[in-house]
Design a protein around this ligand. Structure first.
Ligand SMILES: Cc1cc2nc3c(=O)[nH]c(=O)nc-3n(C[C@H](O)[C@H](O)[C@H](O)COP(=O)(O)OP(=O)(O)OC[C@H]3O[C@@H](n4cnc5c(N)ncnc54)[C@H](O)[C@@H]3O)c2cc1C
Ligand code: SF4
Length: 466
């Protein structure tokens, strides 16, 4: 283990945020990395528990060997620590930026948990800076060809493993850049796009072929021995109200995609929040990304509506450690809104009752209404609680209902009741040479789960081919 008293000698310290005032002026990384001494001290806090919940099913879905690489990092054996990390983690630079760190919530130190996410980011960035991360080109090719449809984290993780196993992999992506939601969805300040592009270049050097701006059509995939569908769960949940087609009403991922394209091109966004009153429907992570982006674009104000009640500040009895804590979190966008506007942008137990428009069909306001839960668990509107809010941009971040209909139709596939392509036997094998993975199989989830699922699908495909 690291230091026997590390967790007593050193306090937990995450990579600090840049100040709100500074980071609101750009789309650059939210955090400031820490030097080697600080990282080693943080790694020393890992106790190498007899039962490391951090790498159990409660913790890291990749089952990263966390106590082992924390110990190596503490002892200054950074290259060895990175090698140990890379045994299970395909792209620690992605999870090091965006993982909600399930491992940390399952850590025996509970609130004082070890900073595993920052430690892994430090290790991989050190590896890139020192030239330790090199293309891993397979010694021999099997002659088998696999098409991976979609270049999000599940597709990339599957392509990476299949390529290393010697298969020839082509990733087919309909967008103009690879990365799925890592590229167009998660904003640049949370995951700088140079980090995604660096990995894609490395994979190309390793022999993975990327075909961008190409939508997969089954008839054009005859040459492949296996086809893995990793198209995501991108069908957004809409609101059941009139005027959803008004100008200035957008789904969150479309808005965030336009924002990232603008950052990458250096031009103004086609859907800028500048000087607009912005209302975001959905109090989750996607909604928070919209809040942070709208503030950077110079919105006049931002409000976030959430239908659920405000979560408790602490774990309740029904949500014990090592489960994921269902508690109130104030994420970076909300922190920034508090700094800019003086109060939390979230309004709970509230939804949109009506979209108000002007004579040109532009949204210019909203009528909101409070919600309450009936004894049967349904939500109902509370009469007399209606309020008007000014709104020039309404962003819908109300969740996702499954994979896109177009891909299902093209491949003549039927999703289950939750919009997923999940084989009944729990495998990734749909039929014939067709497989599914990631959000398309499991529903909208997390990057780390998509990575783990992509790797599992790759192993199944390897068994199928060999
Ligand atoms: C705004 C937002 C922020 C998020 N932030 C986080 C976060 O901070 N941390 C976290 O862990 N998770 C986050 N998530 C969730 C996470 O991004 C997803 O769970 C993850 O990206 C799913 O990976 P995937 O590979 O299954 O699908 P996706 O990332 O959705 O990628 C699917 C890809 O398939 C392509 N595609 C689809 N159909 C076709 C076709 N027919 N032909 C060719 N290409 C096709 C799409 O263009 C896309 O590029 C966020 C999600 C959103 C929406
Ligand atoms: S990938 Fe996420 S859950 Fe796994 S070790 Fe890293 S931060 Fe923890």
């Amino acid at each position: 283990m690291g230091s026997a008293t590390g967790f007593l000698d050193t306090v937990r310290m995450e990579n600090p945020f840049r100040s709100e005032a500074e980071r609101l002026g750009d789309f650059e990384d939210l955090h400031i990395g820490q030097p080697e001494a600080a990282r080693r001290a943080q790694a020393s806090r890992c106790m190498n528990c007899g039962v490391p919940f951090c790498q159990s099913d409660f913790g890291c879905p990749l089952h990263n060997l966390i106590p082992e690489w924390n110990d190596l990092l503490y002892r200054g054996l950074e290259r060895e620590a990175l090698d140990r990390l890379l045994q299970t983690a395909p792209f620690p630079e992605f999870t090091g930026h965006v993982c909600p760190a399930l491992c940390e919530k399952a850590c025996n130190l509970e609130k004082d948990c070890v900073t595993n996410r920052d430690n892994e980011l430090y290790l991989i960035e050190k590896g890139f800076a020192k030239g330790w991360v090199k293309p891993r080109i397979p010694a021999a090719r099997t002659g088998k060809r696999v098409a991976v449809i979609g270049s999000g984290p599940s597709g990339l993780a599957a392509a990476d493993l299949l390529n290393r196993l010697g298969h020839s992999v082509t990733v087919i992506e309909k967008a103009d850049r690879a990365g799925g939601l890592l590229m167009y969805g998660i904003p640049n300040m949370k995951l700088p796009k140079i980090v995604v592009e660096r990995r894609i270049r490395l994979m190309e050097e390793e022999g993975v072929r990327f075909e961008l701006n190409r939508e997969a059509i089954p008839e054009e995939l005859q040459e492949f021995d296996a086809v893995l569908l990793c198209g995501g769960a991108r069908k957004a949940r809409s609101l059941n109200i009139e005027h959803m087609d008004a100008r200035g009403v957008m789904f969150a991922v479309d808005y965030l995609t336009a924002a990232t394209k603008a950052v990458l091109s250096g031009k103004d966004s086609e859907a800028s929040a500048k000087e607009k009153h912005v209302v975001v429907v959905g109090g989750g992570d996607t909604g928070n990304d919209c809040v942070g982006t709208a503030l950077r674009q110079g919105c006049a104000s931002v409000t976030q509506l959430e239908m659920m009640p405000e979560p408790p500040a602490e774990r309740t009895g029904g949500n014990p450690w090592p489960e994921w804590p269902r508690i109130l979190r104030t994420d970076y966008g909300q922190m920034e809104a508090i700094c800019r506007q003086g109060s939390d942008p979230r309004i709970y137990e509230t939804t949109v009752k009506q979209i108000l428009t002007d004579e040109n069909g532009w949204i210019n306001g909203l009528e909101t209404v409070q919600l309450r839960r009936t004894p049967e668990g349904r939500f109902e509107q509370v009469a007399g609680t209606e309020k008007e809010l000014p709104c020039g941009l309404l962003l819908i971040a109300a969740g996702f209902v499954g994979c896109e209909t177009r891909t299902l139709e093209r491949f003549a596939l039927q999703a289950d009741g939750r919009g997923r392509l999940m084989p009944e036997d729990g495998s990734h094998h749909l039929s014939g040479r067709l497989f599914s993975a990631g959000d398309m199989r499991n529903g909208q989830s997390l990057v780390v789960r998509a990575l783990a699922d992509g790797r599992r699908a790759a192993q199944e495909i390897n068994d199928f081919l060999c």
